[in-house]
Design a binder for this molecule. Structure first.
Ligand SMILES: [Zn+2]
Ligand SMILES: [Zn+2]
Length: 64
């Protein structure tokens, strides 16, 4: 399982800072979703993408 947020992971296709949605670039105040590479999406984008990351096709899971 890859639910832990590891802040020192760099590189790869997915880079997100803070809680900013990768798709619509809005800052996320409510529920945030992220893939194992820490791409972060807001709830509405995550649902539109059917919980699949745009960058890596990984599954999006709720961030704690
Ligand atoms: Zn969004
Ligand atoms: Zn991803």
């Amino acid at each position: 399982m890859h639910y832990k947020i590891i802040s020192n992971v760099r590189g790869g296709l997915c880079m997100s800072k803070d809680n900013r949605c990768l798709k619509c670039s809005s800052s996320i105040k409510g529920l945030a979703y992220s893939c194992v590479h820490h791409c972060t999406y807001c709830h509405s984008c995550a649902s539109k993408l059917q919980m699949i990351c745009l960058n890596c096709n990984g599954k999006l899971t709720k961030k704690a």
